[in-house]
Design a protein around this ligand. Structure first.
Ligand SMILES: Nc1ncnc2c1ncn2[C@@H]1O[C@H](COP(=O)(O)OP(=O)(O)OP(=O)(O)O)[C@@H](O)[C@H]1O
Ligand SMILES: [Mg+2]
Length: 308
């Protein structure tokens, strides 16, 4: 098993359904995920993230293009690729008539693990995902976040070489999210590779080695969080309340974005004091913070929307 964990080449998907126009969900996506990497797909609703994950995990056939999982062409031989893959689908639910303990154990047995290994891994995953207190309750009786934890625990327990997680932390509290992050980090330290989607940009930033921003079925940009943030043009943002009407006075300092009445100016540390002087002289107030992945995302996708 040499090469990348995952490679897609010019992947296209057009959904055809009777009576409605075709939907081009992927328009030529090429990407690579290296072994041991954690990579996040970011994109607006309908950008094509789930479609990509479904195809890459053998659940959906592409219209054209190629995907390889550990060098195995998944269109030719999906059965050969499947043992290397585990998936948390978007909006997946645990079996309502099984308990979390039963579900995880049964899934591991179905994947071919022996009794002892399946039992030990089940207990480990229940513990890591904070499920021990609910492990023997039918999943139908669990809260939304507890069900989602069960889904993630089931897949984490496989320790599969390549994990696909489609919005894995949706509905989870901040503590549970951090448990997922720690578990995913531990898995990649032991050699697994992870491709996930998320709408939580803080999560994408702390969890991913690299990110792909997808829009309208195309990759808009990719890189580390720091590389994407650098594309915004500065490392600090100055948020000026009621500054929108004064935007022209700030343009020379850096990228300006208005949002209702407020104005955000992206600056470098060397120009910060000049901007703050102007804010004070103009009788306005401002707060200063670091540029985040959110600005990089809004800029990349916002530009693409404006170009349309
Ligand atoms: N079975 C289907 N039939 C027709 N169109 C579909 C089907 N599944 C998805 N689509 C369309 O394909 C596009 C991409 O959908 P996809 O689910 O991949 O987006 P996404 O990036 O995962 O969005 P979200 O963030 O909302 O989960 C959307 O326009 C969607 O409406
Ligand atoms: Mg989706």
């Amino acid at each position: 098993m040499n090469g990348e964990a995952l490679r897609s080449v010019d992947l296209r998907k057009t959904y055809l359904s009777r009576g409605t126009p075709p939907v081009e969900a992927l328009s030529g996506v090429s990407m690579q995920v290296h072994r041991g990497e954690r990579v996040a797909l970011l994109g607006r609703n309908g950008a094509g993230k789930t479609t990509f994950l479904k195809i890459a995990s053998t659940l959906l056939r592409p219209t054209s293009g190629r995907v390889e999982v550990f060098g195995i062409d998944i269109a030719d031989t999906p059965d050969r690729a499947r043992p290397y893959i585990a998936v948390v689908p978007q909006e997946g639910k645990p079996f309502f008539h099984l308990t979390p303990r039963e579900q995880i154990y049964t899934y591991l047995r179905a994947r071919g693990f022996g009794r002892e290994v399946a039992k030990a891994r089940t207990e480990g995953a229940l513990e890591r995902m904070g499920l021990t207190g609910f492990a023997d309750r039918l999943s139908i009786t669990l809260s939304g976040g507890q069900r989602q934890r069960t889904m993630v625990a089931t897949v984490i327990a496989t320790e599969a070489p390549l994990l696909f997680l489609d919005e894995p932390t949706i509905g989870m509290d901040p503590f549970a999210r951090r448990e997922v992050w720690a578990s995913l980090r531990a898995l990649t330290q032991r050699g697994s590779t992870i491709l996930l989607t998320t709408h939580y940009l803080d999560e994408a930033e702390v969890l991913s080695d690299r990110l792909y921003i997808v829009e309208h079925g195309n990759v808009l940009s990719s890189g580390t969080a720091d590389e994407l943030k650098r594309s915004v043009g500065g490392t600090l943002k100055v948020l000026i309340a009621d500054g929108a009407s004064q935007v022209e006075r700030f343009r020379s300092f850096g990228t300006c974005v208005t949002d209702g009445l407020s104005l955000t100016v992206v600056v470098s540390p060397s120009t910060l004091s000049e901007v703050m002087d102007l804010v004070t002289r103009s009788g306005m107030t401002a707060t200063v913070g670091p540029v985040t992945l959110e600005e990089a995302f809004l800029r990349a996708v916002g530009r693409s929307i404006n170009e349309d």
